[in-house]
Design a binder for this molecule. Structure first.
Ligand SMILES: Nc1ncnc2c1ncn2[C@@H]1O[C@H](COP(=O)(O)OP(=O)(O)OP(=O)(O)O)[C@@H](O)[C@H]1O
Ligand SMILES: [Mg+2]
Length: 286
């Protein structure tokens, strides 16, 4: 079981000029085993900090984080983390980047090679095993970073805006492939994104965080059946869910926004509900 429990997680950072910056304020969240949950929220609301806490890279000041009923350990091996930038080692080939976590874990050379080759196939870049990161496109590098995160067969996959540097068509394809990957690997997924459409397309639930200090202001279920295709993004269930999330981000009553969304053509509502300037680089349609 790889359910995630965050209970009263609070974290502050020391400020360069003295004092503390409260980033997460008693944040509680539960994610069921194999669930896909997206987290949206303003810049600086503590989303990346939250992922680092779940990954065991940062200890909270108060509260606790557990996976499968056990507190997360330092750099917890049950967790695979993909950052916004691929962070590949430029002097290593793609294959050697993907097998790096296995090397650190003391896995033998032949087994490492076998596993890394299999992972490159899984993320669709089998032909680029001996290429160096600078010889890959941005999308391929991100695929390699996902393969690396999967190397130790994590039961929890954390994705921090992994597709934000990709063009919108590539991004839609990656979202569909992510779901495919999720079905094949059976991991619990937490995805941080600034794209409402990405969040709704991929997730079972979308968590909306407040501005800093971050806490959960809404937990929006996504009523789309699985398996999903991008056609789902044109339906009424998609548009009312997206409008609800947008309304929470704006701080307007969500019930009202959802009702309007059901009653009116999609783009009308999206125009009326509006998009905050800091949000949604992935807005569809005109
Ligand atoms: N290591 C650190 N030391 C000091 N302050 C930090 C550190 N990491 C993050 N912060 C601060 O904590 C706040 C939350 O940062 P975090 O990166 O978690 O936000 P975020 O929600 O991921 O934002 P974004 O949407 O821009 O990625 C920010 O104000 C940031 O400046
Ligand atoms: Mg961040």
């Amino acid at each position: 079981m790889a359910d995630i429990v965050l209970d009263g997680v609070t974290h502050s950072f020391a400020q360069p000029g003295g004092g503390q910056l409260l980033v997460l304020d008693a944040l509680s969240l539960q994610v069921a085993d194999r669930q896909v949950v997206a987290i949206v929220g303003p810049n600086g609301s503590g989303k990346s900090t939250l992922l680092r806490i779940v990954a065991g890279l940062l200890a909270p000041d108060a509260g606790h984080a557990a996976i499968g009923g056990l507190a997360v350990a330092d750099a917890d091996p049950r967790v695979g983390l993909v950052f916004q930038e691929p962070r590949l080692l430029p002097w290593r080939t793609t294959l050697d980047n993907v097998s790096f976590p296995l090397e650190l874990a003391g896995v033998g050379a032949a087994a490492r090679r076998r596993r890394a080759t299999e992972l490159l196939g899984l993320v669709g870049i089998a032909g680029f095993a001996s290429a160096y990161p600078q010889q890959l496109s941005g999308g391929m590098r991100q695929r390699a970073a996902i393969a690396r995160a999967l190397a130790r067969e994590p039961s929890v996959l954390l994705l921090d805006e992994p597709f934000s540097a990709l063009d919108s068509l590539t991004r839609e394809r990656f979202n569909a492939e992510l779901l495919d990957l999720w079905q094949r690997t059976g991991t619990t997924i937490l995805l941080v994104t600034h794209s409402i459409s990405e969040a709704v397309f991929v997730a079972d639930r979308v968590i909306v965080l407040s501005p800093r200090p971050g806490h959960v202001i809404a937990d929006v279920p996504v009523p789309l059946p699985r398996p999903r295709s991008t056609d789902a993004l044109d339906g009424a269930a998609y548009s009312s869910t997206a409008a609800t999330i947008r309304a929470y981000l704006h701080g307007t009553p969500a019930d009202h926004a959802a009702e309007e969304a059901l009653a009116a053509p999609v783009h009308d509502v999206l125009d009326r509900v509006g998009t905050p300037a800091w949000f949604d680089p992935f807005r569809r349609g005109g």
